[in-house]
Design a protein around this ligand. Structure first.
Ligand code: BGC
Length: 257
């Protein structure tokens, strides 16, 4: 009998490219994650080579399975449309086609926050929540994902929403807290403005907060007062990889239908 294989999830970030086979039955890595530093000039071709290496490492565990890849950008049907925190040469690249050719596999590329949102909705903090869930990631920028009854509405890009005349992520991302050395209270005031604006527009049932700083959620989430419950993400740094693998499998299934 041939061994069980799993889809591969890959998360492309500003400093590291991380990947692991994902057991979608439980929403967890099926083998230890691999991390490679992001190439200094992170062009699509250079990133494709790194991804190729990660894919070969897990060739046996992922044989015949699709690959999901996250990037910090708008991705519509495989084509990268923006480049807020990545090399501008990504804009206009058909990343699905490029990676599928290099890896000789079905590859599905999606926005990083969308992947994290999908994973939290299926396996994490928003599991089982009916209606609209808003997932945000507070990092270098602010990523967002809207998931309605388990289904992702891609590319919401709510970090770029203008609040009080400024782009939200430039003042409320975790990078702004660090750069301006804000206290938790000062940062929470900005988050309060941001999340209440979002809440008045979208009326989500639940708000999930991810990104590295969600490890310290107890320092700032209790300072926020919103209608919907606001909770930390559960899958932490694994969410992107898990969501990418899930999205790749969902894409493959819908293409077969
Ligand atoms: C980008 C989003 C991304 C987010 C988090 C934003 O600046 O526009 O596409 O999801 O950062 O990386």
């Amino acid at each position: 009998m041939s061994p069980t294989t799993h889809p591969l999830g890959i998360d492309v970030g500003g400093t590291g490219i991380k990947g692991a086979p994902v057991d979608l039955g439980v929403g967890a890595f099926a083998a230890e994650r691999q991390r490679v530093a992001t190439p200094e000039t992170s062009t699509p071709q250079a990133v494709a080579e790194v991804i190729g290496g990660i894919c070969s490492t897990f060739a046996r565990q992922t044989k015949g399975q699709p690959v999901g890849v996250t990037v910090p950008a708008v991705v519509s049907r495989g084509v990268v449309r923006t480049a807020a925190n990545i090399d501008t040469s990504w804009i206009g690249t058909d990343a699905d086609a490029l990676f599928s050719e290099v890896l000789e596999r079905d590859v599905h590329v999606l926005n990083d926050a969308d992947a994290a949102g999908l994973a939290e909705a299926h396996y994490g903090a928003a599991r089982g929540t009916k209606g609209l869930v808003l997932v945000t990631t507070l990092g270098t920028g602010i990523g967002s994902a809207l998931v309605a009854d388990g289904r992702l509405l891609p590319n919401s890009e709510l970090g770029h929403l203008e609040v009080d005349g400024v782009e939200a992520e430039s003042v409320a991302a975790n990078s702004a807290r660090e750069a301006e050395d804000l206290s938790w209270e000062e940062w929470a005031e900005r988050l309060q403005r941001y999340y209440s604006t979002l809440e008045n527009l979208l009326w989500p049932e639940l708000i999930v907060v991810g990104g590295g700083v969600s490890k310290k959620a107890e320092k700032f989430l209790p300072l926020l007062h919103l209608r919907a419950p606001i909770v930390p993400a559960q899958l932490r740094n694994d969410a992107g990889i898990i969501g990418a693998a899930l999205a790749a499998q969902q894409m493959q299934e819908s293409a077969r239908r």
